[in-house]
Design a protein around this ligand. Structure first.
Ligand code: MG
Length: 252
């Protein structure tokens, strides 16, 4: 398979991942009632540049998009799953905020996301957030040599269903390295033993996205994607390298 990374390339990606994780964790702490999405975006860009990296999403034009992305982070609130463009919207108690961000560091990309409950969130929202986080943990634990990406998708979907949530359709994780999005596609559902084999040198952005209701999505005017029935969604993402010793989370 193409896109395999050497040990030294993985170490460079780990440096970028460390910067990215620190920015993500700071943004998660700053995301509170009354803070606007644009303020979070401005803080993200400042922190990323201060650390000597470049915001990966700024100016990025994914396939299917009309124009390059104009912010450093995606801020997706409640029913919005991914690609929410930061606006002047001020966070309110009860909001479920997904912050997704990436950096380019020494020619390599890393990508991560976190879901934050703002103020007092509903028990359902709390359960959705913790289930999505757990689905990512299980997915990473299953990134073992000899397994396949089908096994990873299978475990995400199985766990989501056990918690009475649905894996959102049409959105996936991806390989990552010299490109923000590269092969292989990392599906959040799958069949055991099917799909690409997990081998050393793979670097994957694994990103389960779960819905508390409908699994179908619709695209909104700002090019973000929301659940069709406007139910709550959550997402967590890590960039994970596969080594001889198993999974190595670069964005911890
Ligand atoms: Mg990603």
């Amino acid at each position: 398979m193409n896109n395999l990374k050497t040990k030294s390339e993985i170490e460079i990606m780990a440096e970028g991942g460390k910067i990215l994780a620190q920015v993500r964790d700071r943004l998660a702490r700053e995301a509170k009632e009354g803070v606007s999405l644009i303020e979070l975006d401005e803080l993200a860009e400042k922190l990323i540049r201060e650390a000597g990296a470049v915001p990966a999403f700024l100016g990025y034009k994914p396939g299917g998009a009309d124009k390059p992305y104009s912010a450093s982070i995606c801020t997706s609130v409640n029913e919005v799953v991914v690609h929410g463009l930061p606006t002047k919207y001020k966070l309110k108690s009860g909001d479920v905020l997904k912050i997704d961000l990436g950096v380019l560091h020494k020619s390599f990309y890393t990508d991560t996301s976190v879901t934050v409950g703002i103020g007092q969130i509903s028990p359902e929202a709390r359960k959705l957030i913790s289930a999505t986080k757990k689905a990512l943990e299980l997915a990473i634990e299953n990134c073992q040599l000899g397994k396949t990406l089908g096994d990873v998708g299978f475990i995400i979907n199985k766990y989501a269903r056990s918690q009475r949530f649905k894996v959102i359709k049409g959105l996936t994780g991806h390989g990552i390295g010299k490109n923000l999005h590269e092969n292989p596609i990392v599906f959040n559902e799958g069949r055991e033993g099917v799909g690409p084999k997990i081998v050393p040198g793979m670097v994957l952005a694994i990103e389960p996205m779960l819905s508390a209701g409908d699994a179908e999505i619709v695209q909104l005017e700002d090019e973000s994607y929301a659940t069709r029935d406007s139910s709550l969604s959550a997402q967590f993402e890590h960039t994970v390298a596969i080594t001889e010793n198993g999974p190595y989370i670069l964005t911890k």
